[in-house]
Write a protein of this length. Structure first.
Ligand SMILES: *Cc1c(COP(=O)(O)O)cnc(C)c1O
Length: 342
């Protein structure tokens, strides 16, 4: 059966590097959304908690409920206002004034402010109304945050947005003080922004996802970081056969065998969340074995006779072959593939 290996040591290694950069374990919020970027939510949450990380953020309430007993606080990033009250240590990220209006009284919230990405969050003109709603509905303001749009890119955009964030954060602080609400923590950096930081982090903490799983997509001129990929994907042989020059394999027969060889079918397909290859490009497994032909729903062809094959232990090469990012390669992997911790 196909399986995923999770390297505990590599995850701890990355968390160590990031928490040092942030200025302590209590200043790092681990991003575990979308099944921990496909790694396995419970598995990664338990390792992070054993490393004494106190805060996590996830996609929705269902994910929060799965792990909330392991952390002091779990922030939900992408949810519509929940209709029922949630556990005390779950906080809801607020993406719009409308969302804030519809949140049940006494809920803990983090206000997202729009500092230039324009994906979601409040504009400066909405700050006063937001704080009024918070007071009126006795909401607990547990954080103010934003997200940067250009940390991976070379150029002035990140600097411009950081200035915008500092200005708007200051404005929000003054308004919070004036309302007599306890000052909440402020946070803005994702992995790339934290790694780019020169000197100390001014914020109360950083929210890191991709770097904790061992990757960055930053331009190499920003520096090279000692991160270690955490996940590897393995397939197991379903069958193999000896084929001759000129034989064609799989749907459409798009791959023609060049010289006599053994072709194995391995049990990882696009139904398992491994992106579908159209067979026009040849991909390579970790040890260099070639993945050929069109992918099937539940299998791929590899020029190999091994019983088990490591398809990748570093998503960068596969991501660039599919013209995408490592985030997508790991996040798509089906939660039904068994995970083992090594
Ligand atoms: C996904 C996400 C992050 C983590 O980003 P990485 O680049 O994976 O570190 C942080 N903050 C928000 C709001 C996110 O949606």
């Amino acid at each position: 059966m196909a399986f995923i290996q999770i390297s505990r040591a590599n995850y701890i290694h990355n968390l160590t590097l990031l928490s040092q950069k942030a200025g302590g374990k209590e200043r790092l919020m681990v991003v575990l959304k979308d099944n921990a970027y496909g790694h396995g939510l419970r598995i990664m949450a338990k390792i992070a908690a054993s490393f004494e990380i106190k805060k996590a953020c996830v996609k929705n309430i269902a994910e929060a409920l799965e792990i909330c007993e392991l952390f002091e606080e779990v922030l939900v990033l992408v949810t519509h206002p929940p209709k029922q009250s949630v556990a005390k240590n779950i906080s809801i990220g607020i993406n719009s004034l409308e969302g804030l209006q519809n949140i049940l009284p006494h809920t803990a919230v983090h206000l997202k402010i729009d500092t230039g990405m324009h994906r979601n969050g409040l504009f400066e003109e909405e700050f006063d109304t937001a704080l009024e709603i918070i007071c009126k509905n006795s909401l607990r303001l547990r954080g103010v945050f934003t997200h940067f749009r250009s940390v991976d890119e070379v150029g002035s955009e990140y600097f411009w947005q950081t200035q915008e964030y500092l200005r708007l954060a200051q404005c929000m602080r003054e308004k919070i003080l004036a309302c007599n609400i306890p000052m909440p923590p402020f946070h803005s950096c994702n992995s790339g922004a934290l790694l780019r930081k020169v000197g100390e982090l001014e914020d109360d903490y950083a929210r890191c996802g991709i770097a904790s799983y061992g990757y960055t997509h930053m331009h190499p001129s920003f520096g090279v970081y000692d991160l270690k990929p955490v996940l590897s994907l393995w397939g197991e042989k379903l069958s193999s056969r000896m084929l001759q020059k000129g034989d064609k394999i799989g749907y459409g027969g798009v791959y023609e065998v060049q010289k006599p060889c053994v072709i194995g079918a391995y049990d990882v397909g696009y139904g398992d969340g491994f992106l579908r290859s159209d067979g026009l490009k040849i991909l390579t497994c970790k040890e260099g074995e070639l993945i050929v032909g069109r992918s099937s729903m539940d299998s791929i062809f590899v020029i190999s006779d091994k019983e088990k094959i490591c398809i990748f232990d570093n998503a960068h090469a596969i991501a660039s072959q599919f013209n995408t990012i490592t985030y997508e390669i790991t996040t798509k992997l089906s939660p039904l593939i068994p995970r083992e911790i090594i």
